[in-house]
Write a protein of this length. Structure first.
Lengths: 383, 136
């Protein structure tokens, strides 16, 4: 079996809810069912399961299989925060290549709200719990404020340029009925928004919510006609760079060259980018590390481009987490489902013209100061 | 001294007991491989630079500078609500280690990156569960 014969043949998502009475398993099951239906498969076809979820403990992938009635030959539990779902797709592909599984259901989801998000962050890791939480660190906002200020003071990165990410993604979100935040947003709205953790303001932040996303990874010969999406390449990196509290780069810089080399394409060949948008500053850093502009030059790059679905670089074309809401780790798979939707030509109202291939980046697992994990895949429509 | 606020506390264990006891005495303790190498924070069992488990504690001067910072108006825990903005800084110590620390300053607008800081002395330091700084 060659690597080029494996891809994503189905995708699904639940509605996102600001508050919910539904259980986590209800979200995970619904997203899984929808992904299977989109692939023309059913739960009985699944022999590999990958789950990424902050709220899953005390359960895990195997007990999820019990809940779903699945007998598995391969089970994967995401450990890389919201870099985990993209990593799960990479590892699902490897599992199929090595014969461990034939049909992998990758699900990511959580059911928390704003209060639940703070509670989660306070106990996110021993390092953060012991040496961040007692400082009143403000959850992720306080940490990413440090990174954003450093980027601005080091490279001259301007807030009004970062704001183009939030504003243009909101424009795409207005075409996405699943987005929780769809009201119009101007750059003035962005600039004048309430301060949360200076320099982070309200429209730099995501809205924690409940929801789940899912995709099916299997051999492309099983894809419904014209609906297969090939996984051209994928890499992950964890704890890079080590021993820096607030780095202005991430693991993407370690694998960008081989990611593109293995895919046979460069950044200029991407018809869209689905980046991990917990904050615009992290999208900016991904654009630098993944070669869309040089390190330190992202402000000018942002000013010279536009990012809605019909922009010069379509970015997070469903509105991203900044507009859809951040359903915990589902935020790391929202990017994949939107990429697949675009490559199948099913992004009604926000379809990128002639979308043939795109880049998806994951990021997450906040440690003592920043997200420790980075992941990326390049996807291509099967013609 | 006023009553201690109800801040979330670090979980004390064998790995960090020496460090936490040091701060209760107003000292900022770092670890370092006995064979040498860069001092580091937070407390752990292996030197992240050398992999050595043969570690020694050293007392830092408490002096350093702000690398970058954020001014938090929406803290994670209600015990901080009356003290906003919380000044959370990445601080580079003279000894070469970096850490996250609160900076206590009456005027938050006076806080700048590159500003020199020093640890709060006792008894003010006792209010805070982790090394906390003021402008020097």
């Amino acid at each position: 079996m060659t690597t080029s014969s494996i891809g994503i043949t189905g995708y699904g998502q639940t509605a996102y809810e600001k508050r919910t009475s539904r259980t986590l398993f209800a979200f995970l099951a619904e997203a899984g069912q929808k992904a299977l239906a989109s692939a023309g498969l059913s739960f009985g076809d699944v022999d590999g399961l990958a789950i990424s979820s902050f709220e899953l403990p005390p359960d895990n992938t195997v007990t999820t299989a019990e809940q779903f009635g699945l007998s598995l030959s391969w089970a994967y539990l995401g450990t890389a925060g919201s870099a985990g779902p993209v990593a799960s797709v990479i590892n699902a592909k490897h599992a199929i290549e090595t014969g461990q599984a034939t049909t992998v259901l990758c699900i990511a989801g959580d059911n928390y709200d704003v209060g639940g998000h703070f509670k989660l962050m306070d106990n996110f890791s021993r390092g953060l719990r012991n040496y961040g939480t007692p400082l009143g660190f403000g959850g992720a906002n306080g940490l990413f404020g440090i990174i954003q200020r450093k980027h601005a003071e080091t490279y001259g990165t301007r807030r009004e340029d970062l704001g183009r990410i939030s504003v243009d993604q909101r424009r795409s979100a207005q075409q996405n009925e699943h987005a929780l935040l769809r009201g119009p947003m101007t750059i003035d709205d962005y600039m004048n928004a309430r301060v949360i953790a200076d320099p982070i303001c309200l429209y730099d932040c995501v809205l924690p919510c409940a929801g789940a996303e899912a995709v099916i990874v299997t051999t492309l010969d099983r894809a419904p006609p014209g609906k297969g999406v090939r996984i051209l390449s994928g890499f992950e990196r964890h704890n890079h760079p080590p021993m820096e509290i607030a780095p202005l780069r991430g693991g993407w810089e370690t694998f960008a060259d081989k990611l593109y080399a293995k895919a046979g394409y460069g950044p200029q060949d991407m018809d869209f980018v689905q980046a991990y948008d917990d904050y615009p500053i992290m999208v900016a850093i991904q654009l630098e590390d993944l070669g869309f502009c040089r390190k330190g030059e992202v402000s000018a790059f942002l000013a010279a481009n536009s990012f809605s679905w019909e922009g010069t670089l379509p970015l997070n074309t469903g509105g991203g987490q900044l507009s859809c809401g951040q359903a915990g780790i589902a935020g790391g798979l929202l990017s994949v489902t939107e990429a697949v939707r675009q490559l199948r030509g099913e992004a009604v109202g926000r379809q990128v013209a002639k979308a043939r291939r795109g880049l998806v980046a994951g990021y997450g697992m906040v440690g003592y100061g920043h997200g420790l994990s980075a992941s990326s895949i390049i996807l291509e429509a099967v013609q | 001294m006023t009553q201690k606020p109800n801040y979330p506390q670090p979980y004390e264990d064998e790995d960090n007991a020496t460090f936490l006891a040091g701060w209760r005495e107003g000292k900022l303790l770092l670890q370092q491989a006995r064979s040498g190498g860069q001092p580091f924070f937070y407390p752990r069992l292996l030197c992240p630079y050398t992999g050595s488990s043969d570690l020694v504690w050293i007392e830092a001067s408490g002096r350093g500078h702000i690398v970058s910072f954020s001014l938090i108006t929406r803290p994670n825990h209600p015990s901080f609500n009356d003290e906003v903005p919380i000044i959370l800084a990445e601080i580079a110590l003279e000894e070469g280690a970096t850490l996250l620390g609160r900076v206590i300053a009456a005027d938050a607008t006076a806080v700048k990156s590159t500003a020199k800081v020093e640890t709060l002395p006792l008894p003010d330091a006792a209010r805070y569960p982790l090394p906390t700084f003021r402008l020097a």
